[in-house]
Design a protein around this ligand. Structure first.
Ligand code: AMP
Length: 210
């Protein structure tokens, strides 16, 4: 099954993509994680992407489309995948079609902007494996330490309040129109984000299996 998780930054795409990935045994593909890794390693792509990411803007389409194309060509994607953070613009969605990728379902996680701001300020992400936590709603067992790999769970630079405002603006302008794009194709399923991660996961899994 090829799935897309849509939603504003901080709507919980990463966490829910992980749940689906575990349940269905298909890889979670996060362009944000791939880009952060490139920035950390100082690759050419990382150097190009860094400024966009730190200001809350999107990385240019041709860069992320290239990343995605390479990633889904890998062996572990042959039985399906879940895209987390891609597509983020209509041209990216069109690029998937040009690649001949058939998307089965698009799950849109619906969360109000005011809720997002609180969530992102409390979000902590593992530096090593990218697992996502929240200091209040989904804390790691030991503060600051990832449950999964023991890495440091830290605040992302782009979760700073002024960058969050810019990311939300970018989302409404460039990414939100994708809901309409997929609704017109009959692929969109909206899921209302809940306060509890587990409660959202139940709704997401129901939507995937419907
Ligand atoms: P995320 O972890 O998905 O919130 O992504 C972090 C940042 O990476 C975003 O704010 C963008 O700057 C960049 N990024 C990730 N995915 C994409 C994409 N599909 N298109 C453009 N930029 C992206």
């Amino acid at each position: 099954m090829n799935l897309i998780l849509l939603g504003a930054p901080g709507a919980g795409k990463g966490t829910q993509a992980e749940v689906i990935s575990d349940k269905l045994g298909i890889p979670q593909i996060s362009t944000g994680n791939i880009l952060r890794e490139a920035v950390k390693n100082g690759t050419d792509m990382g150097v190009k992407a860094k400024g966009f990411m730190e200001s809350g803007a999107l990385v240019p389409d041709e860069v992320v489309i290239g990343i995605l194309k390479d990633r889904i060509a890998e062996d572990d994607c042959k039985n399906g995948f879940i895209l987390d953070g891609f597509p983020r613009t209509v041209p990216q969605a069109e690029a998937l079609e040009t690649m001949g990728v058939n998307i089965d379902k698009v799950i849109s996680l619906e969360v109000a902007d005011e809720t997002i701001q609180g969530r992102l300020s409390g979000r902590r992400v593992c530096e090593k494996c990218g697992a996502s936590y929240h200091v209040e709603f989904n804390p790691p067992k030991t503060e600051g330490i990832c449950d999964k790999c023991g890495g440091n769970a830290v605040q992302r630079k782009d979760d700073a309040p002024e960058t969050v405002i810019e990311r939300l603006r970018t989302y409404h302008e460039q990414t939100a129109p994708l809901a309409d794009f997929y609704d017109k194709k009959g692929k969109l399923v909206k899921v209302q984000g809940q306060d509890e991660v587990k409660a959202t996961s139940e709704l997401v899994l129901k939507a995937v299996n419907a």
